[in-house]
Design a protein around this ligand. Structure first.
Ligand code: FAD
Length: 378
């Protein structure tokens, strides 16, 4: 499924995208027809891991959140979990691995560490409980002020979404409330998110698209909900750029100047302001049929659309500081015996950057494995 996404984004604009889209549709229909429940993306990974757990007959307690750790002589020797309303102490001879996500949905912590409430696409239960419990037994915390930022959407019902390929594809730009571009729209989501947060012009940020963007590329944020989004003013449509600017309260002359300049870049293939479309990463979510630069397409044909963007994220980066064996460390660098952590409960091994896809799940799997190997030797 992950390998489908980049081609699906251009299912209507390239033959390879169309073939991939058709394969995806037939695979889904085939699954339904044969009674198979197909899963993709993270669900596929979780299912594969759960298969191994079942195969090994490892007992699994669902809906049994950790509420505390059991510490004896400075070492973690177990955990207290809430099981069906009862607090149960579970003894752990080798160690406890905390892997209960980050704190993307903890509004109080978000305000304290990020200064914004956060419009996260992470699950609602991402409340930082395990980070708090780890800190309670002396763990050091790192990167608490950072997240897997990116451009997000907030629907009329308050639901949060995440924008990826839409802002990178040609025939689009992102502007601030004044009507100016301020960054490379095709940059990685982290870089784009950092640029959004660092941009000081007050007011909303908009993704402006030409009708070719609307027709050719997959846009999932308001799929099947266009009417409601238009009614809420989160999505705005107009036959001309002038009218669009008026409807989003931007200066029409300034937006026209921004678009003129950008259209010039689309012609030469070089974005002289922000270097959009210069790297292989940028081109990944581009349209190879658009020349000379797959990320730069002019905004000329209406109706034009403006989609309001928010500083969204896929989760938080901050958490418990760990070493190469996923052991949880104290401020003085010493390891807390018997305590391990992996995934978004830990401070990301990637620091503040985004080296590429899999930057969260990859390390979560690797350090979960390393924790188990280390604990098994204790
Ligand atoms: C839309 C979206 C797309 C993404 N795409 C990618 C991608 O392509 N590649 C990539 O690498 N990453 C991606 N990510 C990020 C990735 O999904 C997360 O970083 C990753 O799932 C974090 O794993 P985790 O195990 O740390 O936390 P989670 O997957 O959040 O799992 C934490 C688990 O702990 C449970 N839990 C919570 N509190 C407690 C408690 N007190 N006690 C016990 N259990 C508890 C939760 O119910 C949950 O089951 C994406 C995220 C989103 C939202």
């Amino acid at each position: 499924m992950t390998n489908d996404v980049w081609l699906l984004a251009r299912a209507w604009s390239t033959p390879s995208g169309f073939v991939r889209g058709a394969r995806f549709v037939f695979r889904t229909i085939g699954g339904l027809a044969t009674g198979k429940r197909l899963v993709g993306l993270g669900g596929a990974l979780s299912c594969s891991l759960m298969w191994i757990v079942r195969d090994q007959q490892t007992p699994v307690w669902l809906s049994s959140p950790i509420v505390d750790l059991v510490v004896e002589d400075g070492a973690v020797v177990g955990a207290v979990v809430d099981k069906e309303g009862r607090q149960v102490r579970v003894r752990a001879r080798r160690g406890v691995v905390l892997a209960a996500g980050g704190f993307a949905r903890n509004k109080e912590w978000r305000m304290k560490h990020h200064g914004v409430p956060g419009y996260s696409a992470a699950p609602e239960g991402d409340l930082g409980t395990a980070i708090g419990i780890g800190a309670g037994v002396g763990a050091a915390l790192e990167l608490m002020d950072d997240a897997w930022w990116g451009a997000g959407t907030v629907g009329p019902d308050g639901s949060h979404g995440f924008i990826l390929s839409e802002r990178s594809m040609p025939f689009s730009i992102v502007v601030d409330a004044a009507g100016d571009r301020f960054t490379n729209e095709s940059a990685s989501y982290i870089d784009f998110g950092h640029a959004m947060l660092g941009h000081t012009v007050p007011g909303p940020t908009w993704l402006i698209t030409d009708v070719r963007h609307t027709r050719r590329y997959l846009s999932t944020s308001y799929l099947g909900r266009k009417k409601q989004w238009l009614a809420a003013g989160i999505l705005v449509e107009a036959p001309t750029l002038n009218e669009l600017a008026e409807r989003i309260d931007a200066d029409p002359a300034r937006l026209a100047a921004t678009v003129d300049r950008f259209n010039g870049f689309a012609q030469t293939g070089v974005d002289a302001d922000f270097g959009r479309g210069r790297t292989v990463y940028d081109n990944y979510y581009g349209d190879p049929r658009v020349k000379p630069n797959p990320n730069l397409g002019p905004l000329e044909r209406g109706p034009f659309r403006a989609l309001r963007l928010y500083p969204g994220d896929l989760g938080t980066k901050g958490g418990l500081l760990t070493d190469a064996d996923a052991r949880v460390l104290r401020e003085d660098g010493s390891a807390i015996p018997g305590l391990y952590a992996a995934g978004n409960t830990t401070a990301s091994v990637m620091g503040r950057t985004y080296p590429g896809p899999g930057s969260t799940i990859g390390p979560a799997v690797v350090f979960g494995y390393r924790a188990a190997r280390h604990a098994a030797k204790r």
